[in-house]
Design a protein around this ligand. Structure first.
Ligand code: GRF
Length: 186
């Protein structure tokens, strides 16, 4: 049976991108490409080193969110993937994207808490004793789609660096499983 195809979108460091490629590529899925809006993204090198093609679509070259999204949608559709995986993709998406692309996103908080920017910092600073991460379906409303998987941990007495490290460990453990669960369910 042939492996299902996915594409991964990213904007920066690319640790989740790298982790998914290492754990799933050519074993459980084919990562046909990694797409970034940021020509300086550190993840570009990581994907290339693991043999995955990178497509740069620089949002600064577009005069509106809609025209950027249209290019993104066309690029993804041309790859004929089953699922689009947002791994640290730092762009607000319009219905041009969300109406046409089945996508999941990882967010560094226990949604519906701490939606949007600086979620990690706000979650750390909160009075809550637990924190965590969520993988959810992408809809037009930011970080509001159906929750697919979550993982939480006790954050009491953690300093910020330990907290951040724990968030990334949880993301790296959970996200590949969420990708596989989504692919199996659809
Ligand atoms: C992750 O913390 C993710 O939850 C958020 O952006 C970060 C991306 O990190 N959406 P990386 O680029 O995968 O290292």
């Amino acid at each position: 049976m042939s492996l299902k195809k996915i594409v991964i979108l990213f904007s920066g460091e690319g640790s989740n991108l790298e982790n998914i490629i290492k754990k799933l590529h050519q074993k459980s899925v084919i990562v046909v490409a990694a797409i970034t809006n940021n020509p300086q993204a550190k993840g570009i090198e990581k994907a290339k080193n693991l043999g995955v093609d990178v497509v740069v679509i620089d949002h600064k070259e577009f005069d509106s969110r809609e025209s950027f999204d249209a290019k993104l949608v066309k690029t993804i559709q041309d790859f004929e993937v089953e699922l689009t995986v947002l791994a640290g993709f730092m762009r607000i998406l319009t219905p041009i994207f969300t109406d046409h692309i089945k996508a999941i996103n990882i967010h560094p908080s226990l949604l519906p808490l701490f939606k949007g920017a600086n979620a990690l910092e706000r979650s750390f600073a909160s009075e809550m004793k637990v924190a965590g991460i969520s993988v959810h379906e992408v809809i037009t409303e930011l970080d509001a789609g159906k929750i697919i998987m979550q993982k939480c941990f006790d954050k009491s007495n953690m300093d910020f660096d330990t907290f951040k490290k724990r968030i990334h460990e949880c993301e790296h453990e959970l996200f590949p499983n969420a990708v596989l669960e989504m692919l199996a369910a659809h």
